[in-house]
Design a protein around this ligand. Structure first.
Ligand code: NDP
Length: 266
C-alpha cells in the first residue's frame, strides 16, 4: 500500500480507524472520511499533512460522496484504493421494526457503497486499483434480528461481485471483506426497533476479534489482490457449513443469537 492513494469511509471508529492506522503504517496516502470529523482530526493530529486529508461526509448523501471522491483527486491526483467501510447495524425483529430503520441500514451500508464506488470507479480503472467493501458474515447468512443489516450486506456483495465481473478485462481488483464479530462501537449504536440507538452491546467486546487484527487481514488481502476474505473461526465455519447445510445452519444461527442478552426472540 506504499504511496497508494486510499480512501476509507467510516474512518472515525472501529475497523475504519484501525484500517487508517494500518494503511498509514504501510505508507499509504490517505483520504479519511466520516460524519464526525473531530474524531478523524484527533488521531491524525501528529501525522504529516502531506500524507492525508480528512473529509467530513455522510455516505447516505450522494452529493457528499461525490465531493469526497473529488477531494481525493484534487489533493492527490488519483485514487488507488477505495475502502467502503462506513456501516451501521440494528437489532429488532422484522415484525416489530419501523420500516425507516431498514431504509437507514440500506442507505448507509448499501447506497453509501454504491455512491462512493460510482464516483471512484473511473479513477480506479485508470490506476487498475482496488475497490473494497467491508461486508460481513451477515452478508452470507441471514442473522435473526438484523433483516436490514443482512439485506444491506447481501446487496453490497451482489453489487460488488457484478462490478468485479463487468471489469474483469480492465484490471480492476474488487475485494469483498467479511469480518466476523469484531470489537468496535457498532453494537452500542445499533438501531433498535424505533430507530433509537441500542445504547449498549449485548456481547463481551473484549472476547471478539480486535479491529486492529481485522485491519491487518484486510490490508494483506488488498496487497495480495484477493477477491474475498472471511474472518474469525466462527465466521469461516458459518460460511462453509451454510454452503452445504443451509437448513441446519438456520437452526444453529437461531439458537446462537437467541442466547444473546435481551434477544428479541427466544
Ligand atoms: P463502528 O460503529 O465502530 O464504526 C462505524 C463507522 O461508520 C464510524 O466511523 C461511523 O462514523 C461510520 N458511519 C456510520 N454511518 C455513517 C454515515 N451515514 N456516513 C458516513 N460514515 C458513517 O463499527 P465497525 O468498525 O464495527 O464497522 C465498520 C464496518 O465493519 C461496517 O460496515 C460493519 O458493518 C462492518 N462489520 C463489523 C463487524 C463487527 O462485529 N464490528 C462485523 C462485520 C462487519 P461517524 O459516526 O463519525 O459518521
Amino acid at each position: 500500500m506504499q504511496n497508494k492513494v486510499t480512501i476509507i469511509t467510516g474512518a472515525s471508529s472501529g475497523i475504519g480507524k484501525a484500517l487508517a492506522a494500518e494503511a498509514h503504517k504501510r505508507g499509504a496516502k490517505l483520504v479519511l472520511s466520516a460524519r464526525r470529523k473531530e474524531k478523524l482530526d484527533e488521531y491524525t493530529s501528529s501525522w504529516n499533512t502531506a500524507d492525508f486529508i480528512v473529509v467530513q461526509a455522510d455516505v447516505t448523501h450522494e452529493e457528499e460522496c461525490r465531493l469526497l471522491i473529488g477531494a481525493a483527486v484534487e489533493k492527490f491526483g488519483r485514487i488507488d484504493i477505495l475502502i467502503n467501510n462506513a456501516g451501521i447495524s440494528m437489532r429488532a425483529l422484522f415484525e416489530d421494526v419501523d420500516i425507516d430503520v431498514i431504509r437507514k441500514l440500506m442507505d448507509t451500508n448499501f447506497w453509501g457503497t454504491v455512491y462512493c464506488s460510482k464516483f471512484a470507479l473511473p479513477h480506479l480503472l485508470k490506476t487498475k486499483g482496488s475497490l473494497v467493501g467491508v461486508s460481513s458474515v451477515a452478508g452470507y447468512k441471514g442473522l435473526p434480528g438484523r433483516t436490514g443489516y443482512s439485506a444491506s450486506k447481501f446487496a453490497m456483495q451482489g453489487f460488488l461481485e457484478v462490478v468485479r465481473i463487468e471489469n474483469l478485462k480492465k484490471g480492476l481488483h474488487v475485494l469483498i471483506a467479511c469480518p466476523g464479530f469484531t470489537s468496535s462501537n457498532i453494537r452500542n449504536v445499533a438501531l433498535s426497533k424505533d430507530g433509537s440507538s441500542q445504547g449498549e452491546t449485548p456481547l463481551d467486546e473484549n472476547k471478539l476479534m480486535p479491529a486492529e487484527t481485522v485491519a491487518v487481514h484486510i490490508c494483506n488481502a488488498i496487497e495480495k489482490r484477493k477477491n474475498s476474505l472471511v474472518l474469525t473461526t466462527m465466521g469461516k465455519i458459518t460460511v462453509l457449513l451454510n454452503k452445504f447445510f443451509p437448513k441446519f445452519m438456520d437452526g444453529m444461527v437461531y439458537n446462537h443469537m437467541a442466547k444473546e442478552p435481551d434477544s428479541p426472540f427466544k
